[in-house]
Design a protein around this ligand. Structure first.
Ligand code: ADE
Ligand code: ZN
Length: 326
């Protein structure tokens, strides 16, 4: 595996992590061979060279294509184990993990296969890696509202394993308002709610996520900085934002890490956390993101400790467990 940090990483929670986005080229080829899937790349190096993105969609195309290798319960368990081993090296003590059921069920992989495979690894994680976990089931916003509703109904037998619902995939043209009904059902079922908003989409989508979906956290949310009233609302309601700095650079949400709005967000009083999004694709896991913002933005140790503390404050851990980390 790639380098563990040289320093001792701060203990932290990872709150924005797509498990499918942790599929490293090596494991992709291993699973392709195991399942008799032919990848459109001859070697790991050739695949790695495809990791050059112009926007969110150009990344999503590769992200969905590579999922082809994930077919069995073992595949999902192996994927999650590989992530957890990396996360441990990066100081992650708690991980709230997204998965995209529709990206698998649409390929004929049953929802139960996905959830049982992931759950097998997550159940072993406290003992094996010293990491507690939660699962967040995301709806693909570029699929229909009906498909999201059908996915939620299919997940009812597994809701005891799922902490929250989320919303991801291609943002522009697919506002949160499209998913009001399924989020209302999730809330009625006692689940927390999060949504990607204000990554490529406008600040208006963050308003919708708050007012129409009732989200407990906003994923990305960096474009909130274009709307002063929205920032005031997020601060007043203590709504956490799960920011993903290396992702924002690779998907050209920001031109350069040195231009990232993270310091301005902290100065505005927002409850900001730093996360890795799709670390196999974006060049770094949780602590790699901490190190990158430290170096590019000149964050001091106190600010890094605030970010680590925020990650626990913003988590869905129960009060008692959370308090032990603060
Ligand atoms: N799915 C995986 N990563 C994503 C991201 N950064 N934005 C939207 N959907 C995603
Ligand atoms: Zn994401």
């Amino acid at each position: 595996p790639a380098s563990a940090p040289a320093h001792r990483p701060l203990p932290k929670a990872e709150l924005h992590l797509h498990i499918e986005g942790t599929l490293e080229p090596g494991l992709a080829f291993t699973l392709a061979e195991r399942n008799g899937v032919t990848l459109p790349y001859a070697t790991e190096d050739e695949l790695r060279r495809a990791y050059s993105f112009s926007d969110l969609q150009s990344f999503l195309n590769l992200y969905y294509a590579l999922m082809e290798v994930l077919r069995t319960e073992d595949d999902f368990a192996d994927l999650a184990h590989a992530y957890l081993a990396r996360a441990k090296e990066q100081g992650v003590r708690h991980a709230e993990i997204f998965f995209d059921p529709q990206a698998h069920t649409s390929r004929g992989v049953p929802l139960g296969t996905v959830i049982r495979g992931l759950a097998r690894a997550l159940d072993a994680a406290p003992e094996a890696y010293g990491i507690t976990t939660r699962l967040i089931m995301c709806f693909l916003r570029d699929e229909s509202a009906e498909s999201a509703l059908a996915t939620f109904e299919a997940a009812r037998p597994y809701l005891d394993r799922i902490t929250a619902v989320g919303l991801d995939s291609a943002e522009v043209g697919h506002p949160p308002s499209k998913f009001q009904e399924v989020f209302a059902l999730a809330r009625e079922a006692g689940l927390k709610c999060v949504a990607h908003a204000g990554e490529e989409g406008p600040a208006a989508y963050v308003w919708e996520a708050l007012d129409l979906l009732g989200v407990d956290r906003v994923d990305h949310g960096v474009r909130c900085m274009e709307d002063e009233r929205l920032v005031a609302r997020l601060v007043a309601d203590r709504i956490p934002l799960t920011v993903c700095p290396l992702s924002n650079v690779r998907l050209r949400v920001v031109d350069d890490l040195a231009d990232h709005p993270l310091p301005a967000m902290l100065d505005a009083g927002l409850l900001v956390t730093v996360n890795s999004d799709d670390p196999a694709y974006f060049g770094g896991y949780a602590d790699d993101n901490f190190t990158a913002v430290r170096d590019a933005l000149g964050l001091d140790d106190a600010t890094l400790r605030t970010l680590a503390r925020n990650s626990f404050l913003a988590s869905f851990l129960d009060e008692e467990t959370r308090a032990a980390y603060l």
